[in-house]
Design a protein around this ligand. Structure first.
Ligand code: ADP
Ligand code: MG
Length: 322
């Protein structure tokens, strides 16, 4: 960063929007923030690497949005309220148009979710863009929605729709025959995820267990089953497939819905007597929810199609080292 702006210029230009009253934001050695007594701090971090998590030519504004969204999704999965975030960026070179758009996408979501950017780090990378976001949130002590809370007899719910991010990714990677009309309709699901952060907070004290299904419904629900020592039966016909996917090959749809990743939505379990309340909370938050199955004692996951026949499950979701 010799001739152009230096590290401090970049921070000052793009990552120094004022922190809300009561917070100490960018500019000192640490950020300072308050959190309410009787609450636990919830924190999570995610790494996004060019060529692995995003295409080099991705719209930088979408990337700024998604870098924060995938972290807000982790807070949502615990029922936590966003408090603040930190952003570390490693860039191979300085492209100010890129940085401006990235910062706009990031701040737009940060403002909307009341999750102010309070600090970070900016360095030069050897190759490619690397982005690390850390979020801080709060949840009433002892009330966080854990993976281990599911109970036999619970309903299993998902928010949002399934399948679109996976199909969009396959289209962009050329793993499916080109279909520009479909890609146009569903691309935003992959690039502009909207985790249900407000709805998620309303599930505290209502749901028994929750997680986000960023690695695919089957694999992530598997984490709840393992942590809660139980099994699940899903009704495939109840899965909320994205409406634009109608007409795609049935096998492909099954794989996308059950194993497709990049879904920044919730899977949660709750007692059946909470179902009307959950539907109300979802309506209030303008969030789509679907009841897709039950928690059962017998371990393992079974998915039944129309008529109750068992569906052969696709290979599990994403794993960086498999
Ligand atoms: P340090 O020497 O402690 O690493 P820096 O000089 O790297 O501090 O950062 C100066 C200030 O700018 C700090 O408050 C830091 O949190 C903030 N900062 C650096 N990079 C970013 C970024 N990408 N986004 C937000 N804040 C940043
Ligand atoms: Mg630094």
């Amino acid at each position: 960063m010799s001739a152009g702006p230096n590290e401090f210029d970049l921070i000052a230009r793009y990552f120094t929007r004022p922190a809300p009253p009561g917070f100490l934001g960018v500019g000192d050695d640490c950020a300072l923030l308050k959190h309410a007594p009787g609450y636990e701090l919830a924190t999570s971090t995610d790494l996004l690497i060019e060529g692995r998590h995003f295409f080099s030519d991705i719209d930088p504004k979408a990337l700024g949005h998604k870098a924060l969204a995938v972290n807000i999704s982790d807070l949502a999965a615990m029922g936590a309220q966003p408090l603040a975030c930190l952003l570390s960026l490693s860039l191979p070179d300085v492209d100010e148009n890129w940085l401006r758009a990235f910062a706009d996408g990031f701040y737009e979501l940060a403002e909307r979710t009341q999750c102010p950017l309070l600090g970070g780090d900016t360095t030069r990378s050897v190759a490619g863009v690397v982005i690390n976001v850390t979020v801080l949130g709060q949840v009433k002590s002892g009330q966080a929605l854990l993976r281990s809370g599911a109970k036999v007899g619970d309903d299993i719910w998902v928010s949002g729709t399934l399948g679109a991010a996976d199909i969009a990714l396959r289209l962009l990677q050329g793993r499916l025959p080109a279909n520009n009309d479909l890609l146009k309709t569903i691309r935003h699901v992959l690039e502009w995820p909207e985790p249900p952060w407000a709805f998620a907070q309303s599930l505290v004290g209502v749901a028994h267990a929750a997680l986000d299904i960023s690695d695919g419904l089957m694999q992530d629900l598997g984490h709840i089953l393992k942590a809660s020592a139980c099994g699940a039966e899903l009704d495939y016909t109840a899965l909320p497939l994205h409406p634009a996917l109608q007409g795609l090959d049935a096998q492909l749809l099954q794989e996308a819905a059950l194993a497709g990743g990049d879904v920044y939505q919730l899977c949660f379990t709750a007692s059946p007597d909470q179902s009307a309340r959950i539907q109300d909370l979802a309506d209030q938050a303008q969030c789509r929810v679907a009841r897709i199955g039950q928690i059962v004692a017998e371990p393992g996951l079974r998915v039944r199609g129309a008529g109750g026949a068992l569906i052969e499950l696709p290979a599990a979701g994403f794993d960086h080292f498999s």
